[in-house]
Write a protein that binds this ligand. Structure first.
Ligand code: SF4
Ligand code: FES
Length: 208
């Protein structure tokens, strides 16, 4: 039984007013994030521990609780917006512009692409919880993907934004974001790269 099944059973059998979010049930929408015994997880993908009589469920940390397990995600998405989270196409490229499968930048981009905006990284980041001006691990990971993309025309401005106030220098490298990302992404590594790219051109990066 998944945590989401448990919540649905509680709602059905004990408390019809219990508040929680879900949609896809297949780890794609990112809406069902909560904390299970303090760890940020997707409720639809996380089994209820079999060896326990009780578990503790809490809402995502660092965001205002609206009701029960439902939080207001506005701050998370405001941070996302600060990095211009979409590709700004260069004018001089012929469409469709592609990144070759063997291109070095693909090694940087592909492992960081699968973000579903679930906020588990945000929930496990003490800096995000305590500081509204920190851009946050998910948004910084997205920024790294776009700065690495040679088809993008906004890389320099984006890099300036994420290495300025509230940006990468606020990270303490506790690695909670990378440890708890349910999609296996590594936002802490993305933050390290952005720090390095501020100091030397991306083309000279060694991929680590
Ligand atoms: S980086 Fe991982 S934990 Fe953070 S929002 Fe994206 S998928 Fe969720
Ligand atoms: S319900 Fe969509 S990720 Fe869990």
């Amino acid at each position: 039984m998944m945590v989401l099944d448990l919540l649905l059973a509680i709602q059905r059998e004990h408390d019809a007013a219990l508040g929680f979010r879900f949609s896809c049930r297949v780890a794609m929408c990112g809406t069902c994030t909560l904390r299970l015994d303090g760890r940020s997880v997707l409720a639809c993908q996380t089994p209820v521990p079999r060896d326990r009589d009780t578990v503790r469920l809490d809402p995502v940390a660092g965001l205002p609780v609206l009701r029960d397990l439902v939080v207001d995600t506005t701050a998370f998405w405001e941070e996302w917006a600060r990095v211009t989270p979409y590709l700004v196409p260069r004018d001089d490229l012929t469409e469709p512009a592609v990144i070759r499968p063997d291109a070095k930048e693909r090694q940087l981009i592909d492992p960081a692409l699968d973000c579903i905006g679930c906020g588990a990284c945000y929930s496990s980041c003490a800096v995000s919880a305590g500081s509204r001006d920190f851009i946050g691990p998910a948004a910084l990971n997205r920024a790294m993907v776009l700065v690495a993309d040679s088809r993008d025309a906004a890389g320099e401005e984006r890099l300036a934004a994420v290495t300025g106030e509230g940006g990468v220098d606020r990270c303490h490298y506790v690695y909670g974001c990378s440890a708890q990302c349910p999609k296996g992404l590594d936002p802490a590594q993305a933050i390290r790269r952005l720090r390095r790219w501020r100091l030397r051109p991306r083309s000279s990066d060694d991929g680590r």
